[in-house]
Design a protein around this ligand. Structure first.
Ligand code: ASP
Length: 359
């Protein structure tokens, strides 16, 4: 069968494809990372293994110096047209670990977009100077559009989606799965686990991407806990139905707590509210010290951050609070992803097997 490439499909035809059907177009060179649906379970497990190896290699000075040589001939553009702390910094740190030089535009007002340049031309301009674009954009699907547009140029480069609108955040979902895999290392991995998502699930792009990745594991049960108007989208539920993943929708957070192997808290994404919109009462969608006795001793509490009041600071030192570790895991999984984008993973495995002591 012919390889599915973005250079041979029209934008109109491409847009009619389902998310899982879009996946193969992004896997083909130049290897974009755009949507959660492009990853298989094998991909995820291989990336997580690579992330752990990079982390271990980086512990020793010789290892860190070796990693820095791997992509020292490459440059990356960090184009963040929406606010970001962790995603920006961890991608930048991942680039530094691998020796990539980075440039950034963190505010479209500082680019020629204010002179009327189209977002497409803006990104094409960036692509002239670098070998990869890591981008966050308020318009859902814009990263896909950029990838398609790249395919029509003589020098297409990989696009890495660091958050698009309210629809996708694939690298966050990968780091979340990495955190879950590590948290469940001694209790049989992710298969058969119950994961409770809480908060703004309608506009929380991390949840939308992560729910799909979890559907790739066997016997997982998902609970979606949200005020009615912020419940998870029907499009995601349809994907879960097709994958045969069990799920339940509820507003009763406490009743799900004893079942939870992991709880994934999110904040209300009110940046998407129209002006004058009434704020949603989310006080019931909160976790704090008063709940710790109901939870399993192994329950992992995650949050993509930033948090507001939905997770009390008084549980920060509980051994089940994983959100700080989750944040650091982002740097390792992004380093693994960038290595894979440029096909340098086999080399890292060889180095690891030859030089890294176990542990
Ligand atoms: N940092 C995550 C995101 O960019 C979650 C959030 O902002 O609430 O989607």
């Amino acid at each position: 069968m012919a390889e599915k490439t973005l250079s041979t499909i029209s934008w109109q035809d491409f847009q009619t494809l389902s998310l899982p059907d879009k996946g193969p177009y992004f896997q083909a060179p130049p290897h974009h990372t755009l949507i959660a649906q492009q990853f298989s379970r094998e991909d995820i497990e291989a990336l997580c293994e690579l992330a752990t190896r990079v982390k271990r290699i980086n512990k020793r000075r010789e290892g860190a110096n070796y990693l820095k040589t791997l992509l020292s001939d490459k440059r990356a553009m960090l184009y963040f047209a929406q606010p970001s702390s962790r995603t920006y910094l961890s991608h930048n740190a991942a680039c530094q670990i691998l020796g990539l030089d980075t440039m950034d535009v963190r505010d479209s007002k500082t680019s020629s977009e204010v002179k009327g340049e189209s977002p497409e031309d803006t990104v094409r301009t960036f692509s002239s100077y670098v070998d990869m674009i890591i981008m966050r954009h308020p318009v859902g699907g814009f990263a896909e559009r950029v990838a398609w547009m790249m395919a029509q140029t003589p020098r297409p480069i990989p696009i890495l989606n660091a958050g698009s609108g309210a629809d996708q955040h694939p690298t966050q979902a990968l780091l979340d799965v990495y955190t879950l895999l590590r948290s469940f290392e001694k209790i049989g991995g992710i298969d058969g686990k119950s994961v409770v998502f809480v908060g703004d699930l309608a506009r929380g792009r991390t949840v939308r991407s992560l729910a799909w990745l979890l559907s790739l594991f066997n016997g997982v049960k998902l609970y979606f806990v949200a005020p009615e108007q912020l419940q998870i989208g029907q499009d995601i539920l349809e994907l879960l139905d097709a994958a045969g993943t069990h799920y339940e929708l509820t507003q009763d957070f406490e009743s799900t707590m004893p079942e939870a192997d992991a709880i994934y808290m999110t904040r209300i994404q009110d940046e998407w509210d129209s002006e004058g919109a009434t704020t949603t009462d989310s006080s019931d969608f909160h976790i704090g010290a008063e709940h710790m006795d109901i939870l399993k001793p192994t329950c992992a509490i995650l949050h993509p951050l930033p948090r507001r009041q939905e997770v009390s600071t008084d549980i920060d030192n509980d051994s089940r609070a994983m959100y700080w570790r989750q944040m650091r895991n982002g740097m390792w999984i992004r380093a693994a992803l960038i290595l894979r984008t440029f096909h340098r993973e086999e080399e890292v495995h060889r180095y690891y097997d030859a030089y890294t002591p176990p542990g």
